[in-house]
Design a protein around this ligand. Structure first.
Ligand code: SAH
Ligand code: DHB
Ligand code: MG
Length: 222
């Protein structure tokens, strides 16, 4: 099995289950044209995020790491009517692209995009009493995964689902000698996740058009 097979099977899955959607296609196109890195989740992964929002009956969703808003739109579409989503993005250029995509998706009134470092914005979100969130998606700088997870717990309720992207990184997560800040960040987060008694957690490896990676999922128990 190789990347070509994974990509072809992803296309097969998406053709089967994910109807062509001009808004999502334009979101990817405008992101690429603006030079944003192709770090959006895959279409079938976006659909999974939508399903998670539905499973949660989500009315309050928090996302850390917006990019061009591709995952944000999937999450927002899975929310209950009247739901609100806060998404945090550090890079103003990414935020500008995302805002246009939210407008095109007719989600401007649903999505509250906060521009800044997540570690600066999260205390504001907490002090505004925006929580508790039903679903938190962590997908920003991996180096700070642990801090984002701790904020997610502070902003959670019993039953909140916390999803973390990119926890496998082509298997690099196994390398305890890695000096890559992202790998070190994921490994540090994994230790904290394993020790955290307030959640029940697992991780699932994935292959597909985005390569070989994985998601962590944690449900808050109390
Ligand atoms: N969730 C998106 C992809 C996010 S890529 C999707 O699947 O479509 C990661 C994003 O996190 C990038 O846009 C990057 O600029 C942003 N980011 C990096 N460091 C950050 C920080 N400290 N605070 C907030 N966002 C950050
Ligand atoms: C990277 C970040 C992501 O969130 C992702 O899904 C894939 C790659 C990166 O920084 O390389
Ligand atoms: Mg990611």
């Amino acid at each position: 099995m190789d990347q070509n097979t994974w990509t072809s099977v992803d296309s097969y899955i998406s053709d089967l289950l994910i109807p062509t959607d001009p808004v999502l296609e334009e979101t990817l196109k405008s992101s690429a044209e603006a030079g944003l890195p192709p770090h959006n989740v895959a279409p079938n992964q976006g659909k999974m995020l939508e399903l998670f929002a539905r499973l949660q009956g989500a009315r309050r969703v928090l996302e850390i790491g917006t990019l061009g808003g591709y995952s944000t739109i999937w999450l927002a579409r899975g929310m209950q009517p009247g739901g609100k989503l806060i998404t945090i993005e550090f890079n103003p250029k990414h935020a500008e692209v995302a805002l246009k995509n939210f407008d095109r998706a007719a989600l401007t009134s649903v999505i509250d995009l906060r521009v800044g470092k997540a570690l600066d914005i999260l205390p504001q979100v907490a002090s505004e009493n925006q929580g508790p969130f039903d679903l938190v998606f962590i997908d920003a700088d991996k180096h700070n995964n642990t801090e984002y997870f701790e904020w997610a717990l502070k902003l959670a309720r019993k039953g909140t689902l916390i999803v973390v992207d990119n926890v496998v990184r082509n298997g690099a997560v196994l390398d305890s000698t890695s000096t890559d800040p992202s790998v070190m960040g994921v490994r540090r987060f994994n230790q904290v996740l394993a020790a955290e008694r307030r959640v029940s957690a697992t991780q699932i490896q994935t292959v597909g058009c985005k390569g070989y990676d994985g998601f962590a999922m944690a449900v808050v128990l109390s």
